[in-house]
Design a protein around this ligand. Structure first.
Ligand code: PGA
Length: 221
């Protein structure tokens, strides 16, 4: 593999451990409506398709309703603004950067590499999470789940960045924690390295057959 000139990073489970405060916000919401709470493990396994999808899974679970019915139903409509308020308040309370993230991002920046976040989290939450961790100025591009009409694993955002930077797919690297990230990278033709500590819907990252599984961010230097 060539030395990458551009890096695409997933957010939740790759740059920042966010699951504890996401679970807090989900359970705040469920309590508000007198529904039973969900476990941390359930929340971890629902991360990956964006926060709205996660809330749909939680509502389906606690109300024993099929996911497709929740998606179209009144419960979701009522729960979304309540969740929004709680999640914005919880952002930064129990999340933290994984080891070496800040140092490695600075080092890659200093080398002149292009850096992007590509997350399925909705933009208003991505912005808050990056700001509370003082990461909002660390990237050339931030792509959220609602930045384009399509989200990961669709490669549109990655392809768009490469075009803007005039780089080939093989000159970049995607760094993530899930099968969604692996599929996004493959769909864009970009090599992918996965971290084993994030959220991969209960599956081992080895099952996603990435180009490499790395233990932590220091492997990027
Ligand atoms: O919010 C989510 O479910 C996913 O976020 P991620 O794409 O950063 O893992």
């Amino acid at each position: 593999m060539q030395t990458p000139q551009a890096y695409f990073f997933d957010l939740d489970g790759t740059l920042v451990e966010t699951a504890p405060e996401i679970a807090d916000a989900v359970n705040d919401t469920l309590r508000y409506f007198d529904w039973p709470e969900v476990s941390q493990q359930q929340v971890n396994d629902w991360i990956g398709h964006g926060t709205k999808e996660l809330l749909i899974q939680a509502l389906a679970s606690v109300t024993s309703t099929p996911v497709e019915a929740v998606r179209k139903g009144a419960d979701l409509k009522q729960a979304l603004p309540i969740f929004d308020r709680y999640y914005q308040a919880r952002c930064g309370t129990r999340s933290h950067l994984y080891p070496q993230v800040r140092e490695v991002l600075s080092a890659l920046r200093a080398r002149g590499c292009k850096l992007a976040v590509v997350t399925n989290k909705e933009g208003r939450y991505t912005d808050t999470v990056l700001r509370v961790h003082d990461l909002h100025a660390a990237f050339d591009v931030v792509v959220s789940g609602d930045s384009f009409p399509v989200k990961k694993p669709d490669p549109t955002s990655v392809v768009d960045c490469l075009k803007r930077w005039d780089l080939k797919a093989t000159q970049a690297l995607f760094v993530g924690d899930s099968s969604i990230d692996a599929a996004t990278a493959r769909n864009a033709g970009v090599p992918v390295w996965l971290l084993p500590y994030g959220y991969n819907m209960g599956e081992s990252v080895h099952a996603c057959a990435p180009d490499r599984v790395i233990e932590d961010f220091s492997a990027l230097l």
